[in-house]
Structures are given as C-alpha cells and as structure tokens.
Ligand binder design. Structure first.
Ligand SMILES: NC(=O)c1ccc[n+]([C@@H]2O[C@H](COP(=O)([O-])OP(=O)(O)OC[C@H]3O[C@@H](n4cnc5c(N)ncnc54)[C@H](OP(=O)(O)O)[C@@H]3O)[C@@H](O)[C@H]2O)c1
Length: 294
C-alpha cells in the first residue's frame, strides 16, 4: 500500500501499524520524512511510474479537516479537498490502485443519528459537502474502493487534540469545560482504525463502511464520564448548548454512525470510551497532575 498524507494524525498510525505487522508500506508526504514527496496542490504525480504494479491500495489521508476553515475558505479548501483529491483518485485508477478514502459522519444532516452506510447523505456543512463530493466521484467511477466514514477520533498519544484530551487537560488544571447537552458524539479510538483497515484489506472488502465506536452520548455526558473516570469534581462539567459556541457554521446535532456492518463482516470490536480512557490514563496522562483513573 501507499499512504498519502503519511505524517498526519491518521496517516502516521496507519504507516506504523502496517509496518509493525510486516506489510509493505510506502509513504508519501508533503513534509518530508517519507518515501515520496507528495504535494496534493502541485498535482505532481511523477513517482507513479515507479510504483506501478507494486501498490494495490492508495490510502488517502490528505485533507483540510478544520470545519470552520472549509466554510471560511470555501474556494481553496474545495480545490484541495475535492478537485485535487479527485485528481489523485483518477491517477490511482489509471495505475490500477484501489482508493481508500477517509470520509466523515458530517456527510449526514445530523437530524437522526445512528446512520447506516446507505442512509441519505445531506451534509449541512461545507466540510461535509466536500467529503460527499469525493465520495460521489469514487462511488460512480471506481469498481473497487473503500470509503470509510469516521466519527471524531481520539488517542492516548501526545499528538491527540481531541475534545476528550482537551477536557482531561482542563480538568487536571481545575478549569471547567462547557459541554453541550444537545450534540451527540461517538468518539472513536484512532488506534482502532488501522486495525480494522487491516482486516478490510486482508479480506479484499470493497464499499462503504462506518468505522465508529458503538456507544454514543452527548458531549455533556462525555464530560461527566471523563470526570467520573479520572475522579475530577463533577462541577467542572458545565452544561451548555452547542449553539452557544461561535462557530462559522451551525453544527448538526446528531451525526453518530452505526458501525454494525463493519463489525458483523470483520468481527472487529471497537474500543469503548472507558477502555480508551484507561489507555489515556496508562500511556500518556502520567505527567498530568491529578489525572489518575479511579
Ligand atoms: N481525525 C479525526 O477525528 C477524523 C474524523 C473523521 C474523519 N477524518 C478524516 O480522516 C482523514 C485524516 O485525518 P487526520 O485527522 O489525520 O488529519 P490531519 O492530521 O489534519 O492530516 C491532514 C493530512 O493532510 C495532508 N496534507 C496537508 N497538506 C498537504 C499538501 N499540501 N499536500 C498533500 N498532503 C497534505 C497531511 O499529510 P502530510 O503532512 O504527510 O503531507 C495530513 O495527512 C481526513 O480525510 C479526515 O477528514 C478524521
């Protein structure tokens, strides 16, 4: 496989997971430290002849992922996230490489939650529209592909910038955190993604899959669970509405994904929140004062 965006949060986990399992993995990054220099903007695909016949899967981790930035800079982010990404998929198709595209729960409108793969996609954010546009291209133009939709990821590792991490660090510093009681989320351990991808690829599966932990809850409930798990005072969790935050774009309320398809077909068990918190406690939170699991 060749991982595009190999230095990103997800890309680096995929590279290290597959290499640790002995798979042949090539990496491409616009930052260096990878097998190939690859800048999505520049459309320079001159290394493709070198990899012809060697690579079966192209793992696309490149993206501008900031939701508000996509809204504020619609034109430039559309160029990167849609036009340039589709160009990459076209080249992969020319070279017989199967695209693996990471998409998002934001392709749904957030009015129902617990979305299945075949549910109607009606994005309400620019970022979601951009993800849907690439999904549409792949689904209509590629015979074999993986479109993998995910919820918000978190990790015990230090590069994590997830809401869970922010909550833990704030609580450890005795700072309260406003947590919306009207937005549902389904935080998913980032380290689960390469593991489930390995099974999907190993079994030559193709199509759309939701890669998401099973249990969903409101951000407020998540704050309470984090406080309870680490023994922080419950008062540090301040109840609010998601509309209290000054986002460039209104956030949908319930985009939680139903991952039963991937779980049934692969037997994979996603890590649930308390187990993920235990990992955070053990592996990375040692330096945070007061952050000791009950
Ligand atoms: N993290 C989440 O919670 C989450 C949730 C749902 C979906 N997703 C999706 O999962 C995918 C990976 O997300 P992530 O969290 O790993 O994002 P990230 O850490 O922000 O990484 C962004 C990626 O874009 C690449 N990139 C940036 N500028 C580039 C350029 N000029 N040319 C080529 N590549 C460039 C970076 O790779 P290099 O620096 O190596 O080039 C990096 O892999 C994205 O499609 C995202 O939408 C993520």
């Amino acid at each position: 496989m060749l991982v595009f965006g190999a230095n990103g949060f997800l890309g680096k986990r995929i590279v290290s997971h597959f290499r640790s399992k002995g798979h042949d993995v090539l990496s491409a990054s616009h930052k260096g430290g990878a097998d190939f220099h690859f800048d999505l903007n520049s459309a320079c695909f001159d290394f493709f002849p070198e990899i012809a016949g060697l690579v079966r899967y192209g793992i696309i981790c490149n993206s501008i992922t900031n939701i508000d930035r996509c809204k504020r800079e619609r034109s430039s982010t559309w160029s990167f996230n849609v036009t340039d990404t589709i160009r990459l998929v076209r080249i992969m198709r020319e070279y017989g490489i199967t695209p693996v595209f990471f998409s998002s729960d934001l392709v749904f409108d957030g009015e129902g939650g617990n979305y299945r793969e075949e549910d109607v996609r009606r994005p309400t954010t620019e970022y979601g529209l951009q993800k849907k546009a690439v999904e549409d291209f792949i689904m209509s133009n590629c015979d074999e592909f993986l479109v993998l939709r995910m919820s918000k990821l978190y990790s015990p590792a230090e590069d994590d910038t997830s809401p869970i991490r922010n909550i833990i660090e704030s609580f450890a510093g005795s700072r309260p955190v406003k947590c919306a009681d009207d937005q549902f989320i389904c935080p998913t351990l980032a380290e689960d993604i390469p593991s489930v991808l390995e099974i999907l690829i190993g079994r030559s599966m193709t199509g759309v899959f939701h890669l998401s932990a099973v249990n969903s809850f409101t951000r407020y409930e998540m704050g309470k669970r984090v406080a309870g798990f680490f023994g922080f005072p419950a008062e540090l969790v301040e109840r609010c509405s998601i509309s209290d935050f000054d986002f460039a774009e209104k956030r949908p309320l319930n985009n939680t994904l139903n991952s039963v398809r991937v779980r049934e077909r692969t037997g994979f068990k996603f890590t649930e929140l308390e187990s993920g918190l235990a990992l955070m406690s053990e592996l990375n939170m040692k330096g945070v004062p007061g952050c000791v699991a009950r």
